[in-house]
Design a binder for this molecule. Structure first.
Ligand SMILES: NC(=O)C1=CN([C@@H]2O[C@H](COP(=O)(O)OP(=O)(O)OC[C@H]3O[C@@H](n4cnc5c(N)ncnc54)[C@H](O)[C@@H]3O)[C@@H](O)[C@H]2O)[C@H](O)CC1
Ligand SMILES: [K+]
Length: 487
């Protein structure tokens, strides 16, 4: 069993792949073994997170998730805990593993109730729904028990998934369990890490139930977790040209700040030189706070020799430069207003897609609303399946897509998509998206592929927010500068 941190590219398997693996593994083991292992590991984690808990409610659903709960109750009871077990199943119709667990618990003399319990519990174990959850809203006792678990206010350990959370998409039913800990079994599910998943699951733990890494590797995952990138030590004999040039193109009248944030971020993320091509002719010629930035008119920029970050604070006028940007042979990051203009213009969309045939690095960085415009669907549909939406955009435009939001998804044709778990809601403020675009630009300029550049920058952007001092406000400017300590 392990606590999940963003340190390893863990594979993430959806419902279908998890069932395939479960089936393959169960065939190599005596009957009920997997559920017995599941119950034991749940009981062990319960003990680890609440060592002094005496009164434990184990709320069990009608399927095998409930069976895991019954198995866990058996161990906790053996270890001297006062277990209150409630079950929504029916011994005559329960799945075989659950029926066996029910029988074992009954034989051990544990009362299995069908009514909601009363009183306070030191720990609730949520074994109501796992990967078999359907999108229908829980009703009757299931709904009552979910409300009661959430009202306890103490630790809640969810078995496999918080009940009501969809394993593949991270969508929840309106009523779902709010866990403080979730122990994912056999596989890690993508829904734990994106959309509602991160807010619902609490700390995420994983137990492979004895499946070897190579067994998990036999079924292609739906996604992987983003992991801390390797940082290369700079060679002594390097110079600014070794780290590439970035040009930020944006900053229409009244929106200079967005372009400056992206430029500043590119600079602090290690680009060799950073140019700013502002679209406002009356704009700054120098930024006295950041004299490293070089201001040029868009027309005078040599687009062929630098990485282009296009769209930050671009306004509708960005449309006038997009053809030139998209037909350049340089790596390109497309953000904000540039994405909105492309969404409106099928000719620009074709120009964007043509870059793939020329093997040119292109990264799109939409938030869900921009993504919805690009795919001409609703934001609700984008958020309903973020992995699928990011992949659809990547496929449609032939490039790397960074779909921002909780559990940012990075997708690219022919690559397993990646979900990032660094970052937090402190990033939900103006300008942080511009900073990310600049950071991706710096990684591209350093020579990384579009996909790697996106993964590295997204990780680092979130990591900065995670390590931010709690006493300090997180502003986009400081984020661009690399953190509070960097001024
Ligand atoms: N995958 C594994 O290797 C292992 C999984 N285990 C556990 O088993 C569950 C999956 O069990 P399954 O029986 O397939 O599904 P569930 O228990 O999650 O739910 C099915 C059950 O619930 C009813 N139901 C579904 N949605 C709703 C709803 N919205 N409202 C009310 N009721 C609903 C449905 O009708 C069924 O009756 C997995 O997650 C693991 O916890 C193994 O024990 C170990 C190996
Ligand atoms: K559960």
């Amino acid at each position: 069993m392990q606590l999940i941190t963003p340190s390893f590219h863990h594979p993430l398997h959806g419902v279908e792949q998890t069932r395939q693996l479960e089936h393959a593994l169960a065939q190599t083991l005596p009957a009920h073994t997997l559920m017995q292992r599941a119950g034991l590991t749940v009981a062990r984690l319960a003990l680890a997170i609440t060592p002094h808990a005496q009164r434990i409610w184990i709320a069990c659903g009608p399927g095998n998730n409930g069976g895991d709960g019954l198995e866990a109750a058996w161990h906790l009871q053996q270890w001297g805990k006062h277990c209150v077990v409630t079950w929504l199943g029916d011994a005559g119709h329960a799945p075989a593993d659950s029926a066996a667990a029910h029988q074992k618990l009954t034989e051990a003399g544990v009362l299995i109730q069908t009514k909601a319990p009363s009183g306070h519990f030191d720990l609730c174990i949520d074994a109501l729904l796992g990967i078999g959850t359907s999108p229908r809203e829980p009703q009757g006792p299931m709904a009552d028990w979910i409300r009661l678990i959430n009202a306890q206010g103490g630790p809640v350990l969810s078995v496999d998934l918080p009940s009501g959370l969809h394993a593949d998409t991270g969508q929840t039913t309106r009523l779902s369990v709010q866990a403080s800990h979730t122990l994912s079994l056999l596989t890690l599910k993508p829904g734990l890490f994106t959309a509602q998943g991160r807010d619902t699951a609490g700390a995420i733990w994983f137990d492979a139930l004895g499946a070897e890494t190579h067994t998990l590797g036999t079924v292609k995952p739906l996604a992987r977790l983003n992991a801390r990138p390797l940082v290369h030590t700079r060679q002594h004999a390097s110079h600014k040209g070794s780290y590439g040039d970035v040009a930020v193109i944006g900053g229409a009248a009244g929106m200079t700040g967005a372009a400056l944030l992206a430029a500043s971020a590119a600079l602090h993320a290690g680009a060799g030189r950073v140019f700013v091509g502002l679209l406002d002719d009356d704009a700054l010629k120098v930024d006295a706070q950041q004299p490293e930035l070089m201001f040029r008119s868009f027309r005078s920029l040599d687009l062929s020799s630098m990485t282009l970050v296009c769209g930050c604070g671009g306004g509708p006028v960005i449309q006038t430069v997009l053809h030139k940007v998209l037909t350049s042979q340089s790596p390109v990051v497309i953000d904000a207003d540039a994405l909105n203009e492309i969404a409106k213009d099928s000719t620009l969309q074709a120009t964007l897609s043509a870059r793939r045939g020329q093997k040119l690095a292109t990264v799109l960085t939409p938030h869900p609303l921009e993504a919805a415009r690009l795919l001409a669907i609703s934001t609700h549909q984008i958020q309903g399946d973020r992995l699928a939406a990011a992949q659809a955009m990547a496929q449609r435009f032939g490039c790397t897509v960074v779909l921002k939001g909780s559990g940012t998804v990075i997708a690219c044709p022919e690559q397993t998509p990646v979900i990032n778990i660094t970052g937090n809601a402190r990033l939900a403020s103006a300008g942080t998206g511009d900073v990310l675009a600049g950071m991706v630009g710096a990684q591209l300029a350093a020579g990384h592929t579009a996909f790697d550049a996106a993964c590295r920058a997204v990780y680092q952007h979130g990591h900065l927010a995670d390590t931010w001092s709690p006493e300090l406000a997180l502003t986009a400017k400081q984020l661009a500068n690399g953190g509070p300590s960097c001024g």
